[in-house]
Design a protein. Structure first.
Length: 440
């Protein structure tokens, strides 16, 4: 009976997947730029986005922060878009735009009313072909990124948690430094070094262009060829291939944060690439442990025992290695040690026993929900198409990745917990209030 129910549920999910199928076309220009088109005539907008395969892991250890810096710098202007005019052109034509950086890639995009397709394509081609990188732009953006770091990291409660985790989990891999990098590296960098970074990484054969929304394919193809073909192909970017030795002994670390009054305990594990099946399994374990008020850790530690203000578990998906992080903030007289003990008890259960059929069914429901939500907007579809091409090497995962999640079994969950969530394989971080009072 159980097998029959599972088969019916899987069939239902397959029908959802079919109904939500994302149609796309793709081709590659002579200069190596890969292009993906997703036409949706029901959308009132078009999205033009470019994802470059460059993130913090591509930086020199003595020149960190460059990728995030370029997220800002490449809005300064081009040979045909004056300094300060980029945002004015976008807003003046009813659009919005933004960009974001990760350890693995940088993503730029515009959202326009659907009658502005040529403008959107031209602007992204301008960014790639004719960026103006000069001293006034560099000096301006240095102050911008410094202020952003002060607001989001230095003055933010618990703002340094991820940075401290990274520098302890990674010894050789460039994931060990944070996205902002060291302020002194950006300050010391010369204009020629910034120009060289742009010339090396922000090139057509290191990028994917996605156009999504309400447009005519023939027109999009014409304008893409017109504006992007003149961009010259660059030497291939060398792939990062750095292997970390396995963690075999608990790493102990302490960090004092002047912005907090309540300590936190953080247990962090180095786990496989986002492209692996095990990364997907660990994502489901996160859902079990801390997604919602009925999740294992929240219900036990926060709701029932009232030992913690907050607990959480999540996986940071990355191209080469991921990070699995579990944390807790004690309530009242409870200690971080007592919170960790409760967390470890639940991990041990996952390692020893199969999760219940009921919990497994909840996971299946979550998979279906997430699949629908991830492709619910044309903006989301555009970013997913770019990500699946650039980081997973398979655009069609946007349609079939649900099957990969549905293939995960209760035994897989138990095995992954046994393999990756052991005390000898983790960092234990005591994240505590600073002993010295913060000066305002």
């Amino acid at each position: 009976m159980k097998n029959m129910l599972f088969a019916l549920f899987t069939l239902a999910c397959a029908q959802v997947a079919s109904a939500q199928k994302v149609a796309f076309e793709e081709f590659t220009l002579d200069n190596g730029l890969h292009v993906i088109l997703h036409q949706d005539k029901s959308a009132p907008v078009i999205i033009t986005s470019v994802m470059y395969h460059v993130g913090t892991k591509n930086e020199n250890p003595n020149h960190t922060g460059f990728a995030h810096f370029f997220e800002h710098l490449l809005f300064e202007g081009t040979e045909n878009i004056g300094r300060g005019e980029w945002m004015k052109i976008v807003s003046g034509n009813g659009g919005t735009n933004n960009a974001n950086t990760s350890v693995d890639r940088t993503y730029y995009y515009e959202v326009f009313p659907s009658n502005n397709l040529e403008l959107a394509i031209w602007m992204e081609a301008e960014r790639m072909l004719h960026p103006v990188i000069n001293q006034i732009g560099v000096d301006t953006q240095k102050e911008v990124v410094k202020e952003e770091k002060r607001l989001k990291v230095d003055n933010q409660p618990y703002g340094n948690v991820i940075n401290v985790v990274k520098e302890n989990l990674f010894i050789k891999h460039p994931y060990r430094w944070d996205i902002d990098g060291k302020t002194e590296h950006i300050d010391a960098a010369t204009l020629e070094e910034f120009k060289a970074f742009n010339k090396k990484f922000y090139v057509p054969n290191n990028a994917v262009l996605v156009v999504a929304g309400n447009f005519e394919t023939s027109e999009a193809t014409k304008w893409i060829n017109k504006y992007f073909n003149p961009v010259k192909k660059a030497p291939a970017v060398e792939k990062i291939a750095i292997t970390e030795e396995p963690i075999t002994k608990t790493i102990q670390a302490t960090f004092e944060d002047p912005n907090i009054q309540i300590p936190a305990i953080v247990a962090a594990y180095r786990v496989p690439s986002m492209k692996s099946k095990d990364a997907r399994i660990l994502e489901l374990i996160s859902t079990l442990l801390s997604d919602g008020k009925s999740s294992i850790l929240y219900k036990k530690i926060v709701d029932d025992k009232k030992m913690a203000l907050q607990v959480g578990a999540y996986i940071m998906q990355q191209e080469d290695y991921g990070m699995y992080i579990i944390y807790g903030l004690p309530l009242g007289e409870n200690t971080t040690a007592s919170i960790l003990k409760e967390i470890d008890e639940e991990i041990l259960k996952l390692q020893m026993d199969l999760i219940s059929e009921r919990d497994f069914q909840k996971l299946q429901n979550k998979i279906e929900n997430d699949f629908v939500n991830n492709n619910a907007t044309v903006e989301g579809i555009a970013e997913n198409l770019a990500t699946y091409y650039l980081l997973y090497n398979d655009v069609n995962l946007i349609n079939i990745n649900i099957k990969n999640y549905l293939s995960i079994t209760r035994e897989d969950i138990r095995n992954a917990a046994k393999t990756y969530l052991n005390s000898s394989q983790r960092l234990l971080l005591d994240y505590i209030p600073s002993k010295e009072k913060k000066l305002n």
